[in-house]
Design a protein around this ligand. Sequence first.
Ligand SMILES: Cc1ncc(COP(=O)(O)O)c(C=O)c1O
Length: 376
Amino acid sequence: MLNRDWRAEFPILARKTYLNSCSLGALSRTALARVAAFHDEWHEYGASAWYELWMGRLAELRERVARLLHARTDEVALTASVSAGLASFASALDYHRRPRVVVADLDFPTLAYAWINRPDVELVRVPSDDGFTIDPARFAAAVDERTALIATSHVCFTTGAIQPLRALAEIAHRNGALLLVDAYQSAGQVPIDVRADDIDVLLTGPLKWLLGGPGLAYIRVRSDLIPRLSPTVTGWFAARGQFEFDITSFEPNADARRFALGTPALPTVHSALGGQELIDELGVPAIRARNRALTAQLLDALAAAGMRVRGPARDDERRSAIVMIEHPDPAHAVAALARQDVIVDSRPGYVRVSPHFYNDARDIECFMNALRAAGT
Ligand SMILES: Cc1ncc(COP(=O)(O)O)c(C=O)c1O
């Protein structure tokens, strides 16, 4: 893990105490070099780079993402955003017999928005009893034989809690429903194994913990489901004969690429490959161990300072590296911290701090000192 100078890999760390990876992962020199090479190729080859190089990069990224998730490459597609992937997937379900979609109050809103305006869907939101996570019994009570799917987060963006996916899959499957997981806040910081956890559909993207920047997302659909689902929200990147340019008929791609829409953002494909290279080199289990230690240091320091966090003070198993600190004026605190070159963010009532493997103990100390100096 430490056989490399990780801090030198991320130039922002020389100038800032950067603790906001759950909004935007830091840009690495490796990702920057990949994007620079892409621009050189654009100069050098023009459009022929598509066939000679860039189509191969799309394949490389799908392969790497599949490995990260313990999935097959033909189960993975690139999409413009999690929202776009959701729109495509949601358009492929038949809601006649199963009109119900179950989401949780702590999910990111775009998950609910994929169904909220559909007159043929009954959207059910399950509550959180403790404001930190969702009791699986709440899902069990909401899922029945009219439920098409549970759609919920792996890690809750607003609490950092890790949900027990295997238990949720069992609840969905014993009712004949599917489990769709929004893994945007987990991929790259918490291990994911779609097979072991029996996950049907998973969406994530490179923006945050995968260090790849904005403009792209990933959808993984279980292989045996793919032939049964034909999205009506679609585009030419989803067509089996993409380069036949046949306007008279449409046949979806045989694999998960049927959930794609149009041309993927190539600069992000390249920065995402750079970020993914680093994540793959380290391995997510090692990153999780490192992030746990940083989070524990932060929680201990906050407790010693008499500051309260959202959720149980210490629950290593269910906590990820997103820490929500209660604060009377979080927007003011975040701005005051930024003036001291400490970058975190806020959600209503909380300062949100998210260390990643490239941070170290000094960053946590620096944050605590700046928070004290910022006052309330
Ligand atoms: C958990 C989660 N899901 C989804 C999104 C949004 O994804 P997109 O903008 O790619 O649709 C975010 C963005 O912050 C998120 O945190």
